[in-house]
Design a protein. Structure first.
Lengths: 116, 110
């Protein structure tokens, strides 16, 4: 167990709908990243939040957006869902810079999103 | 886009044998990490090797890194059925972004 939790575990939506996925970081971690993992592929970086601000983004359109809250929990929002958005969505948190092990990222169990 | 490639894509061995997986990458890195994933669930961090290190051990795991060839290998010794999983390498440029390979699917038969 990494201490990173995600909800919900599974989600089914239809094309055009909007979805919000949630992540609770491990205690003491103020940086969270989100990844999309399509079936049979490695995870792909969506974006990263540090102290409530986005500070890195991968090659994903603006309809993928996020929030990080003062308690360092995070949300991933996807608007206008498309069939290709079906994937496992993973969040990962990392320790506060300056602490031992700061390079290691701790992943949650993921949310499986199916778009019909 | 993926950073690089993992080889082989799939590996099937008997319990007790060693398993070797290779990873290649394209850009400069600060460190390289290996993760395990069971049945499409969350990623479990196995080991991290920094760009100035050449070899690292953790239990039955041995990782090597050759920055001149932009490649890494993961060796699992005396494999067990419980090692059956997908294994991913990921490079970290210290801006927080991990770039993953496509993974090696390891099957260890009892």
């Amino acid at each position: 167990e990494t201490g990173v939790t995600q909800s919900p575990t599974h989600l089914i939506k239809t094309r055009g709908q909007q979805v919000t996925l949630r992540c609770s970081s491990q205690s003491g971690h103020n940086t969270v990243s989100w990844y999309q993992q399509a079936l049979g592929q490695g995870p792909q970086f969506i974006f990263q939040y540090y102290r409530e601000e986005e500070n890195g983004r991968g090659n994903f359109p603006p309809r993928f957006s996020g929030l990080q809250f003062p308690n360092y929990s995070s949300e991933l929002n996807v608007n206008a869902l498309e069939l290709d958005d079906s994937a496992l969505y993973l969040c990962a948190s990392r320790p506060t810079p300056g602490l031992a092990g700061e390079d290691e990222q701790f992943f949650g169990p993921g949310t499986r999103l199916t778009v019909l | 886009s993926q950073q690089g490639e993992e080889d082989p894509q799939a590996l099937s061995i008997q319990e007790g044998e060693n398993a070797t997986m290779n990873c290649s990458y394209k850009t400069s890195i600060n460190n390289l990490q290996w993760y395990r994933q069971n049945s499409g669930r969350g990623l479990v961090h196995l080991i991290l090797i920094r760009s100035n290190e050449r070899e690292k051990h953790s239990g039955r795991l041995r990782v090597t890194l050759d920055t001149s060839k932009k490649s890494s290998s993961l060796l699992i010794t005396a494999s067990r059925a419980a090692d059956t999983a997908s294994y991913f390498c990921a490079t970290d440029d210290l801006r927080g972004k991990l770039i993953f390979g496509q993974g090696t699917e390891l099957s260890v038969k009892p």
